[in-house]
Ligand binder design. Structure first.
Ligand SMILES: NC(=O)c1ccc[n+]([C@@H]2O[C@H](COP(=O)([O-])OP(=O)(O)OC[C@H]3O[C@@H](n4cnc5c(N)ncnc54)[C@H](OP(=O)(O)O)[C@@H]3O)[C@@H](O)[C@H]2O)c1
Length: 295
């Protein structure tokens, strides 16, 4: 099976490559502005997902059976401050990818987000109505609609808060931020009234491959096992990496008034993931131990 991964140097893009079965022939595109200092499993080409000519060239090169569209601007705060640019990439780029899938007869796996929910009524199932409260979340809803309206056979994967080691010079995540700061003995103020079910990027990749391998369509929520506050998450990171928990101070989300609004608790019900994909949500302690072992 020939599979094209967009955002192939991103956190999920890299995990998709390490978790792919040997039967997959992988093709990846990465942002043209990004260097490629380390080899990856997929054959790689630079391409901007917002450019139809570039993406047609990529599809002619890869001739994919399946496309996993993971390229996006992933920063909630960047999206709020740069709405036109983020719309062009997160919605416009998805429209280009979906159109190419239609032209070249490929299936589409669109990577969406937990940010489609307002966080007031966890645990969220795939059938719950969307209700985003920030611009990033509204764009994820719009891009889901673009995927659905394309007429291409597709699945929508909504990962929750992911963690793992990023590719060199790619953006970090909460775990890498905390590990770095705590190793440098910098105190950390961490929100105690925002909750999640943190997800190792590899576990998300396993869910995507299960969807690809079973030829599934529809929406899938993917999350880890433990339902924790961000403060509890930070304490678990300190414990796993043998760092000083006394540096971590619990604060309310009102402590960061400059940030774009965050939903309080978008945690997922993972029944569909468990039953249809045959996957057990990964406990936080084991996900962090695996990450530590991979450091
Ligand atoms: N990480 C999470 O906790 C999380 C949670 C829920 C959903 N998601 C979603 O899951 C997907 C993957 O997330 P991730 O954490 O792996 O993101 P990531 O690490 O930020 O990777 C996204 C990749 O897309 C690339 N990209 C951005 N604009 C592009 C463009 N115009 N053309 C080509 N490539 C472009 C980025 O390149 P540059 O870095 O060079 O810009 C980056 O390599 C995204 O859709 C994200 O919104 C992530």
């Amino acid at each position: 099976m020939r599979v094209l991964i967009t955002g192939s140097t991103g956190l999920l893009g890299c995990a998709l490559q390490t978790q792919a079965g040997a039967d997959k022939q992988l093709y990846g595109i990465f942002h043209p502005a990004r260097p490629l200092p380390r080899a990856l499993r997929a054959s790689q080409q630079p391409a901007d997902v917002t450019s139809m000519p570039e993406m047609r060239r990529v599809f002619e090169w890869a001739r994919p059976d399946v496309v996993i569209h993971a390229a996006a601007i992933g920063s909630v705060d960047f999206a709020e401050k740069h709405p036109a640019q983020t719309h062009a990439v997160n919605v416009g780029g998805t429209a280009v990818v979906a159109e190419c899938c239609k032209e070249f007869g490929a299936r589409l796996i669109y990577i969406s987000s937990n940010a489609v929910f307002d966080g007031t009524q966890p645990l969220y199932s795939e059938t719950d109505p969307v209700s985003p409260i920030n611009y990033y979340g509204r764009l994820k809803v719009e891009a889901e609609q673009v995927s659905a309206a394309s007429g291409v056979p597709h699945a929508i994967v909504r990962p929750i808060l992911m963690y793992g080691w990023p590719y060199p010079e790619e953006r970090g995540n909460l775990v890498t931020t905390w590990v770095k700061a705590l190793r440098e003995h910098q105190p950390q103020s961490v929100v105690e009234n925002v909750f999640s079910k943190p997800l190792p990027a590899q576990a998300c990749a396993d869910a995507v491959w299960a969807i690809v391998n079973r030829n599934l369509t529809g929406i899938y929520h993917v999350a880890g096992a433990d339902h924790v506050s961000l403060h509890q998450f930070a304490l678990a990171v300190a414990a796993a990496f043998a760092l000083d928990p006394a540096l971590i101070q619990a604060v309310p989300d009102s402590f960061f008034p400059q940030l774009a609004p965050r939903p309080r608790d978008t945690s997922f019900n993972t029944t569909k993931m468990e039953k249809e994909l045959g996957l057990h949500p990964v406990p936080l302690a084991s996900g962090l131990q695996q990450m530590k072992a991979g450091a």
